[in-house]
Design a protein around this ligand. Structure first.
Ligand SMILES: Nc1ncnc2c1ncn2[C@@H]1O[C@H](COP(=O)(O)OP(=O)(O)OP(=O)(O)O)[C@@H](O)[C@H]1O
Length: 908
């Protein structure tokens, strides 16, 4: 027995019970080492060994703390204590404090928060709680909710300690209504054949506690009648005994997956005042679905006492598949995968691969095959979590609010403030459209709802509409509902600033405020969810930007006719018949000089200031002549058609509404009318550089910031971080390519987009990407500015800075370790490593250590066996050179990862 190790164990064991008094820092390797007079490295090595042995657990956040597992399990009996725990999760429920039973209910702070609140309110309602009926499709969590409500009642001492939760599944008695009634109400000896003695029923058994009637639609009418008498008076008679009245005090909960109005007696329904519908899995957010997957795998890990990883394809298929059996089916499906994977390999980490899954999941995965990936990628549970995203969104919210405060302090012009705010939210919009993932069904549903609400606002307030911007509102709502509790908490923390901001808007743009208020209320009502004041401000900004930019459609229509009112009357007639503000009009009285007409047209277009295409319908004159007025002053493409009539306006208007293309619209109009058209193409998509990173969007964003900060001023080139996998799957079909002209992609690894240059991150660090980057940037900045940029990039993209963005480990130390290991390797292997390869290796190995520390190494390599046989010498050299690294981080570099290092070295 190693004495030092045991000393460390005893020290941790002794203190774990009192950890909340000591503070988590007390348990870091450094602190423990100091107390015992041993080095931090040695302490860390033994501590990690004991984590692997299952004696200790460690926290996932820094400084990493080590606690005794068994003691933690006793302190937190309701939790799964795995090898790695989150510090916050322990702090949230320090022993001694009351555990929130709803914490384990996924969505309790998100998509079902309202339902949870309703349930809680109903069951605590004096004296016996109100009867509650839970509805919702099979597997959506009705029974689970009942179980949690019962725990909640117990924890809050709202029912006595001995009180039971008694469940009766009514459908099990579908063919024997008498038996059901007898079991429920009890029976008297001799009431039916086989009733040999008096028997109290389930109602009596649940006295003081909870009675749950599942599948209540299978309850026979007679039984329903008996039941509502009990609900009214708390009295009932046993089967076969109408003389002796019985009493029980029971909280009644019901569930059905059918429409209650169609299956229950009205008389019974009237006595159930609270009916709560739980959403299907499809109606829940992506984050919640992710959480369910994570939670199920974690539970399985606990059960089989093995670490489990899940293949990326399996994970994606689970996320995409529509589970008709909802959470229940999803959980069963994962469990089946786990048990098949476990049967294959009982010894080590259990990897759930596609072949372990049921056929329907394999089929689903086939729909999303990613040709660019050759190896199977296994995901660690940590990799699936995404808390950084939340911080980023809140940071954007902060920025918007800060923007307003700066204006307020400086006493600037309100329009300036608006402009600045609109700029700020455009970053949020980019995030919503290009970076976030959504569930399509949820989006479709919300789209329908928002469309409906805005249609009403359009009629009521003549609100202009813009489909592109409406897409953003829908996504914003989706994002908001997915992270309800986080947003609410943020709103709560900024309540004063939000109020001040709201009041300023109310004074400065009362009409838009009223519209936003109305829209927010409508959305809130339809979604049964109270949207906060900040949402109102975001919607107001949306309304403001749409009102500024013009009418409904992707194409902006203008009618120009000679005469005092011809254009206006055609416009009015067409808009009215089309039921939408498709056209604007410019009348051209004969006494007005053409230059003035030109000015008016330009003014109208300036108001547009978007990338929409425009179509001018004119009565006569040369098409080129009209175009001369606006040449160079409008960024969208313009089609001009002559010979306008009301009929033509109607036809063009309806094709605009159908969202047809500009050229096609002009072509069709001229086919049916004796007219000519000409299209002038001006449109330029905004140039952009995309940033990607395989591990997460957060790293991509960090690289983008490093790049952006290297520029001294804003330039006419946009930088957008995008989701790596969406790009790899959708390639040029990704929406970003439709909206932007992508001049380059920066990051790692290469997403292989044909025709778009890719600049690897290591080349930027090494400086060899300079000419490639300069070739791009010279279009936007002067040579002197480019010089400055190059210097700044060199500084910002120092290896240290980049690694700092990648890793949670101490950068200085990790770089030092890698440097030493590589130096040893260089000597042993007797090679010169060129600078570029060396930097690539630095980044690669830092990623590698990060992966190993997080226990998510790449475990597959195309020709692993051949590599293992043929490169034994290389393997032993790597083992030798990296032995210090392995020891320091308590990790072991698997052969598969060595094979990737081999590939790297072979680039030399
Ligand atoms: N919000 C939730 N968080 C975590 N797990 C959940 C949640 N809701 C349901 N589950 C899990 O999903 C599974 C199915 O739930 P449950 O049996 O409660 O569904 P149900 O609606 O009662 O289905 P049925 O109508 O078929 O009886 C259970 O294993 C439950 O633990």
């Amino acid at each position: 027995m190693n004495k030092t190790k045991e000393k460390i164990y005893e020290e941790v064991q002794e203190n774990t019970k009192k950890w909340k008094d000591k503070g988590i820092e007390w348990f870091s390797a450094g602190e423990i080492g100091m107390r015992l007079g041993i080095s931090r490295t040695l302490a860390s090595q033994y501590l990690n060994e004991m984590v692997r042995e299952g004696r200790l657990v460690k926290t996932s956040n820094r400084p990493v703390a080590y606690l005794e597992k068994k003691i933690l399990e006793d302190l937190y009996p309701d939790r799964n204590i795995t090898d790695t725990v989150e510090k916050e999760s322990l702090e949230d429920g320090k022993p001694g404090e009351k555990e929130d039973c709803f914490k384990k209910v996924i969505g309790a702070n998100g998509s079902i928060s309202y339902m949870v609140d309703q349930c809680k309110a109903a069951v605590v309602y004096p004296p016996n709680g109100l009867p509650v009926l839970l509805t919702g499709p099979t597997g959506c969590g009705k029974s689970y909710m009942v179980k949690i409500l019962y725990e909640y009642l117990k924890k809050e001492n709202l029912i006595p300690e001995h009180a039971k939760l008694v469940t009766l599944n009514c459908s099990e008695y579908a063919n024997n209504p008498e038996l059901l009634t007898a079991n429920l109400f009890g029976y008297k000896k001799g009431a039916f054949t086989g009733a040999y003695q008096d028997c109290s029923g389930l109602i009596q058994e649940a006295d003081q506690g909870v009675l749950f009637l599942d599948e209540v639609h299978s309850l026979p009418d007679k039984c329903q009648e008996k039941l509502f008498i009990f609900l009214d008076k708390g009295e009932f008679y046993r089967f076969g005994d109408n003389s002796k009245v019985c009493h029980a005090s029971v909280k009644m909960l019901f569930a059905t997956s059918e429409d209650p109005n169609a299956v229950l007696l009205k008389t019974l329904l009237r006595r159930i005042p609270v009916i709560i519908h739980l959403p299907s899995l499809e109606e829940r957010s992506i984050e919640e679905k992710k959480e369910i997957i994570l939670m199920t795998i974690k539970n399985e890990e606990e059960r089989i006492k093995r670490k489990i990883r899940i293949g990326r394809q399996v994970f994606n298929a689970l996320m995409n598949y529509r589970f008709d059996g909802n959470i229940g089916q999803l959980k069963d499906c994962i469990r089946l995968g786990c048990s098949n994977a476990y049967a294959e390999n009982k010894e080590n980490t259990v990897d759930i691969k596609l072949l372990n899954m049921p056929n329907y999941i394999i089929r689903e995965a086939g729909k999303h095959i990613d040709d660019t990936r050759t190896e199977v990628e296994m995901l660690d549970l940590d990799k699936i979590k995404n808390t950084k995203e939340q911080k980023y969104v809140l940071h954007l919210y902060d920025e918007i609010l800060k923007g307003y405060e700066e204006y307020y302090k400086d006493g600037r012009d309100f329009e300036d403030c608006m402009k600045m705010l609109l700029e700020k939210i455009s970053e949020y919009y980019d995030y919503l459209i290009y970076q976030k993932q959504y569930m399509n069904t949820r989006i479709e549903l919300l789209e329908e709802m928002v469309n409906d609400i805005l249609k009403q606002a359009e009629i009521r307030y003549s609100l202009k509409r813009d489909t592109n911007k409406e897409r953003i509102i829908v996504r914003f709502l989706c994002d908001y509902t997915q992270r309800l509790s986080m947003f609410r908490q943020w709103e709560q923390e900024h309540i004063k600033e939000i109020k001040k901001c709201k009041e300023t808007f109310q004074i400065n743009c009362p009409i838009e405020y009223e519209i936003a208020d109305n829209i927010t209320k409508q959305i809130g009502k339809r979604m049964e969810l109270q949207l906060g004041e900040f949402n109102k401000i975001l919607i107001l900004l949306h309304v403001h930007s749409v009102q500024q930019t013009g009418s409904t459609n992707n194409i902006f229509g203008v009618i120009l006719c000679h005469g005092c009112s011809t254009a206006t009357s055609i416009k009015d007639a067409a808009n009215k018949l089309l039921g939408s503000q498709v056209f604007e009009a410019i009348d051209m009285p004969l006494d007005i000089p053409t230059s003035e007409i030109g000015e008016r047209l330009v003014q109208l277009l300036e108001r547009e200031n978007t990338y929409r295409d425009a179509i001018f319908l004119v009565d006569m004159g040369s098409l080129e002549g009209i175009y001369e007025y606006v040449k160079g002053k409008y960024r969208g493409n313009i089609a001009i058609i002559n010979g306008v009539t009301t009929r033509m306006a109607l036809e063009v208007g309806s094709t605009i509404l159908e969202k047809q293309e500009l050229k096609k619209i002009a072509e069709t109009a001229c086919k049916h009318n004796i007219s000519t058209y000409k299209v002038f193409e001006n449109k330029e998509k905004e140039d952009t550089i995309l940033f990607i990173n395989e591990s997460d969007i957060h790293a991509a964003r960090s690289m983008m910031e490093l790049f952006q900060n290297s520029l001294i001023q804003n330039i006419k080139l946009k930088f957008i971080p995008v989701d790596y996998y969406s790009l790899v799957v959708q390639k040029k079909d990704a929406p970003i390519f439709k909206d932007y002209h992508v001049v380059a992609i920066v990051g790692s690894p290469d997403p292989q987009i044909p025709g778009t240059p890719f600049i690897p991150i290591e080349e930027i660090i090494e400086g060899s990407a300079k000419s490639e980057i300069n070739k791009i940037l010279i279009r936007y900045i002067s040579e002197q500015e480019l010089e400055k940029f190059n210097l700044a990039v060199l500084k910002n993209f120092s290896l240290q800075n980049v690694i700092e963005k990648i890793t949670i480990l101490n950068v200085k130390i990790v770089l030092d370790d890698v440097e030493k290991a590589l130096e040893k390797f260089r000597k042993e292997w007797k090679i010169m490593i060129p600078n570029k390869i060396l930097i690539g290796l630095y980044v690669h190995i830092c990623y590698l250590i990060e992966r190993l520390v997080k226990k998510a190494p790449i475990s597959t390599y195309a020709e692993l066996e051949t590599f293992q046989v043929e490169q034994q010498e290389f393997i032993s050299v790597i083992k030798k050179c990296f032995s210090d690294v392995q020891r320091r981080y308590s990790v072991e570099i698997p052969v598969s990862e060595m094979a990737y290092i081999w590939d790297y070295i072979n680039l030399i």
